[in-house]
Design a protein around this ligand. Sequence first.
Ligand code: FES
Length: 104
Amino acid sequence: MSTEHNPVPKTYSVSLVTGERFECAENEKVLLAMERLHMAGVQIGCRGGGCGACRIAVLKGEYELLPMSKNHVSDEEAAQGFALACRVMPNSDLVIEAAPKTSN
Ligand code: FES
């Protein structure tokens, strides 16, 4: 009979505080969805959680976090909603803000 796979992934809306908005599937990384749609709200780097270029603050919404470098987002920061956009997959509509790391 049928397998238990989700046939069509859900798609959520991701809004940047700058007013840009794009769609991101539940199984898609926010940064890659943004890049696919040629949006430029968040800086793009390694796309693999290592460089910190895509650091964001999630202001609203639920999301899944893939493993990422603690050099760029500490556990404490992650608990406050900071994340790397290339490591975030949405579980609801999201509101995000680019949050590049300050040098201090
Ligand atoms: S693009 Fe390098 S950490 Fe996300």
